[in-house]
Ligand binder design. Sequence first.
Ligand SMILES: Nc1nc2c(c(=O)[nH]1)N[C@H]1C(S)=C(S)[C@@H](COP(=O)(O)OP(=O)(O)OC[C@H]3O[C@@H](n4cnc5c(N)ncnc54)[C@H](O)[C@@H]3O)O[C@H]1N2
Ligand code: MOO
Length: 460
Amino acid sequence: MTPHGTRAGEDAEDLDVEEVLALVNNSNDLPGPAERGETDNRRASGRPDTSPRPGTRHHATSWPEARAIAERAARNTARAARRRPVSVPLEAALGLTLATPLDALTDLPSFDTSAMDGWAVAGPAPWDVRDDGVLAGHAAHEPLTDGEAVRIATGARIPPDTTAVLRSEHGRTDDKGRLHATRDVVPGQDIRPRGQECRSGDQLLPVGTLVTPAVLGLAAAAGYDSVAAVPRPSAEVLVLGDELLTEGRPHDGLIRDALGPMLPPWLRALGAEVTAVRRVRDDADDLHRAITTSDADVVVTTGGTAAGPVDHVHPTLRRIGAELLVDGVKVRPGHPMLLARITETQHLVGLPGNPLAAVSGLLTLAEPLLRTLAARPAPEPYTLPLRDAVHGHPHDTRLVPVVLRGDQAVPLHYNGPAMLRGIAAADALAVVTPGGAHAGQEAELLDLPWASGGIGVCFT
Ligand SMILES: Nc1nc2c(c(=O)[nH]1)N[C@H]1C(S)=C(S)[C@@H](COP(=O)(O)OP(=O)(O)OC[C@H]3O[C@@H](n4cnc5c(N)ncnc54)[C@H](O)[C@@H]3O)O[C@H]1N2
Ligand code: MOO
């Protein structure tokens, strides 16, 4: 066995590496011959063979190419549908993308402003202090003459002919009521001059900027009530499977639907507006009806992508004459994932039913599709060294949940296709290229939305 985990002589197509690892490798040890034996035993003991559908591999797309296809598909649709910018009130704009540059509608600050509480002073000390004061938001004060000072609050307008602002802690009043400075007064000190941050008309942010809380603040400061933004693409989730329960504990061969609760907030974090989550029985006509009556930009199905007796996704796509853009991806988990153009302006992302495989499909196909439809900037790719070796698939990319600790990515266990225990504790997914990675090797990382942007930014 090489350190990369590729084992000589094994049947690559039959190897379901991540399942083996997750089930047998609960330490950082690399699996040895005993574990390999267990794999064979499990297969021999009648466990379903999860090797790819016959006929699937030859058109499976490489992982990087699948992402590029999803991005291109969205770009073509964005043009076809002429997705128009909309004017969105600031309170509804978080998470959208600016469709026009954010140009200042005013100078900032829009008047000479006191940066501190204290006195506006004119000329050299000492100063006679006027009886009135200047507060933020109040009318302009009359000009000062040399030898005069007036109480001023932070944010208040500077009276004409002011030399500087003296902070309250740097002033002392003598017994005749005259104000002295306890340190040198530099002309202009603690005055924020009009236009210091920008002039009216200056570009503050370019087209394509993601509207974050800070962008909302800047837009408001610069005079905006609403911004021109690219609308969120709509997404509808169709959860397939008769075995799924929506509440309570699993029983009698029925299991809880893990994807119905997980996908809507995640899709929203990726830029979509989720318009509905529907549960669809394992029935070809029901699925046909659900897909053909959806008006969402992106229909996301879960389950039914493989070749089982009730896997209706492929037959339904054939029935409606959809164009399969991606039919299987060389990635583990999740290789049966698919992307289809179902109408001129609509796409369908078929996520495999195994929950971590569904996450893999979400980040491989839905992320670039939705990001491009939402006109969001692509995240800057980055790599970190892996703390531990990660087994590779001989031919396919692996996506492995990791936590980021210091400047290393630490691979997590419980990363089998049917498991969410690893991803629920993860900060990112490491992209492990075919053949695997040794300890210390750099791997590209896909940040998870809660790790990169914080729940508040990403999920609203
Ligand atoms: N003969 C083959 N069988 C399978 C293959 C294959 O290539 N040939 N691929 C395996 C792989 S890999 C995956 S992944 C799954 C994909 O299956 P489907 O997309 O058809 O999904 P289902 O069969 O409906 O479900 C698979 C698994 O996931 C569970 N599931 C489904 N939906 C949910 C949900 N919402 N929440 C929780 N769990 C869910 C379901 O009960 C099954 O256990 O196919 C393999 N088989
Ligand atoms: O391995 Mo499946 O795609 O369970 O990932």
